[in-house]
Design a binder for this molecule. Structure first.
Ligand code: SAM
Length: 273
């Protein structure tokens, strides 16, 4: 009989967040497929478990998926875990699940921690609809395009970000989402857990005062306000943005975005005055 593939969530910081069910499954399976064997070995040591580990990551996922699917077909049971949180959520495993489904293997999720959902639940931002964007592009121009494309989505936006890029990404959010409420969730479930809530400008000011930015960050942006459309004449709206400290070009771009117009259309309207 074929084995079962378990997708087991593990803690994102606090070991007490491992579920009873995940602990039992990790003890019962034949093999554990994981990202970094050293990281998973620590979790197993905490549970006093000894299990064969197979590393599966970005660079070997295709081959490993085929090997593991064959082992499952031969009757072994496997648990897939990642270094932290829920496998496949900005983590490896997609090809393994695909291969297992293709081979007719039973795939069973073992739910547990996920930084995106943990951050959302305490963010103070609307939770009725949300969009999870994983990691934004490392290049600023691409990142701004990605952020801009989500401007009209009626959902709280959630992103993961690395500590060395957090200030740059917050700058982009300030440029594109100046008026929105945002939440920065840092070190969730750990000793130094904190939530910074406010505008991107306010949070940037707070973080820029710190000597170093350490830890893990999840960023959330409130959905587009359901406020009535800005009905002021365009020139007046641009002047107001300039009075808030934006340069003329930035104010024109911003006003265009808010009204769903192209820059050319905004210039056209201004020229007619
Ligand atoms: N699979 C994981 C999950 O379910 O959340 C996410 C893995 S992804 C490679 C790692 C990113 O998740 C980090 O760079 C950070 O943005 C976010 N993250 C993970 N743990 C976190 C924590 N304790 N606090 C805040 N963000 C966290």
């Amino acid at each position: 009989m074929a084995g079962t593939l378990y997708i087991a969530a593990t803690p994102i910081g606090n070991l007490e967040d491992l579920t009873f069910r995940a602990a039992r499954i990790l003890g019962e399976v034949d093999v554990i497929a994981c990202e970094d064997t050293r990281q998973t070995a620590k979790l197993l040591a905490h549970l006093s478990l000894h299990k064969p580990l197979v590393a599966i990551h970005e660079h070997n996922e295709r081959e490993r998926a085929a090997e593991l699917a064959a082992r499952l077909a031969a009757g072994e049971s496997i648990a897939l875990v990642s270094d932290a949180g829920t496998p496949l959520i900005s983590d490896p495993g997609y090809r393994l699940i695909e291969a297992a489904i293709e081979a007719g293997i039973l795939v069973v999720p073992i739910p547990g921690p996920c930084a995106a959902i943990t951050a959302l639940s305490a963010s103070g931002l609307p939770t009725d609809a949300f969009y999870f964007g994983g990691f934004l592009a490392p290049k600023r121009s691409q990142r701004r395009k990605q952020l801009d494309a989500l401007r009209l989505l009626p959902a709280t936006l959630i992103f993961y970000e690395a500590p060395h890029r957090i200030l740059d990404t917050l700058e982009d959010i300030r440029a594109l989402y100046a008026e929105r409420r945002i939440t920065v969730a840092r070190e969730l479930t750990k000793l130094h857990e904190e939530f910074l809530r406010g505008t991107a400008a306010g949070i940037l000011g707070e973080l820029a005062r710190r000597p170093a930015l350490k830890g893990e960050f999840t960023l959330l942006i409130a959905k587009a306000a359901e406020a009535p459309a800005d009905e002021r004449p365009l020139e007046e709206a641009i002047a107001a943005l300039e009075a808030e400290g934006m340069g003329r070009m930035e104010a024109i771009k911003h006003a265009a975005r808010l009204r769903g117009l192209s820059k050319r259309e905004v210039y056209g309207t201004l020229m007619k005055k």
